[in-house]
Design a protein around this ligand. Structure first.
Ligand code: APR
Length: 252
């Protein structure tokens, strides 16, 4: 009897909405607490309500990035402290978690709350779903992609000073023009942003800073920005992360 109850619950649209609400508000409260921010319950309730307004009742293939414009962020990284990433999710987050001198989008309120979640609604319905939502490539204007599109754009627009990106030097195309990072590149404007350093993380030396895709990156980057690129072995970054005595600025 207990089992039947659980199966019924997990297939019920209303309860998946309750689970998402519980998950999002508790992640939000944890974030505020861990970052010494005012953790009043109303911030996280407002976040939930603003979030749901963006996609509930909408066709899950027709939610534009602007639907999330009312969502607020806690605070963005200070100047010189932004870390972007593309195809380097694990190592870049490991790095910012251990060494506190750079921050990714997922170290901000919205990024940390939504990371790894799936959600969508349905036309003319109050329901919220956490499964059966459009696949990543099924339609580009799905609620999840549009959320990351919008929040990545905002993150880049709030970036100032010298920015850093970890790219994957073990793949043929470290800079993918269809990635979220490409959206971010387009929003890095001089003089708010002074430069971009590419940390090309390599496991086997397949890619160099001369890679064609990195030439394309330089072509789309604001020409006033100071561009630089360094090939850094992944093992060097991992050693640095696990050695508490190496200052974060000395990992590369
Ligand atoms: N299917 C499912 N999820 C995907 C897919 C896909 N085909 N492609 C990307 N994603 C999701 C992944 O979950 C991944 O965590 O998007 C995330 C980022 O994908 P990447 O291709 O590794 O990187 P990129 O698109 O450049 O996005 C990362 O954007 O979110 C911002 O500030 C952040 O700089 C970072 C950049």
């Amino acid at each position: 009897a207990i089992c039947v109850g659980i199966i019924f619950r997990s297939n019920n649209g209303a309860s998946s909405s309750e689970d998402l609400k519980t998950n999002i508000t508790s992640r939000c409260e944890t974030f505020l607490k861990n970052n010494d921010l005012d953790s009043s319950e109303s911030i996280c309730n407002t976040l939930w309500m603003t979030f749901t307004k963006a996609f509930v009742g909408q066709d899950p293939c027709a939610v534009p990035p602007e639907a999330y414009r009312q969502l607020f962020q806690s605070k963005y990284p200070a100047c010189n402290r932004t870390l972007f990433w593309s195809k380097t999710k694990e190592i870049s987050h490991k790095y910012t978690k251990e060494k506190k001198c750079l921050e990714t989008l997922e170290d901000t309120l919205l990024g940390s709350v939504m990371d790894g979640l799936t959600w969508c609604g349905k036309n003319n319905s109050n329901e919220i779903f956490t499964s059966g939502c459009p696949a990543w490539t099924e339609c580009t204007m799905n609620p999840v992609r549009s959320f990351w599109n919008w929040s990545s754009g905002m993150f880049a627009e709030h970036t100032c000073g010298a920015a850093t990106v970890m790219l994957n030097g073990s793949i043929a195309t470290p800079f993918d023009p269809s990635s979220f990072f490409a959206i971010e590149v387009g929003r890095l404007i001089y003089p708010r942003v002074s430069g971009l350093t590419v940390v090309l993380v390599t496991q086997k030396n397949v890619t160099s800073c001369e890679n064609d895709s990195l030439q394309n990156l330089q072509k789309v980057l604001d020409p006033s920005l100071k561009y630089s690129c360094k090939v850094i072995p992944q093992s060097q970054i991992l050693d640095c992360i696990s050695d508490p005595h190496t200052p974060c600025g000395k990992c590369w």
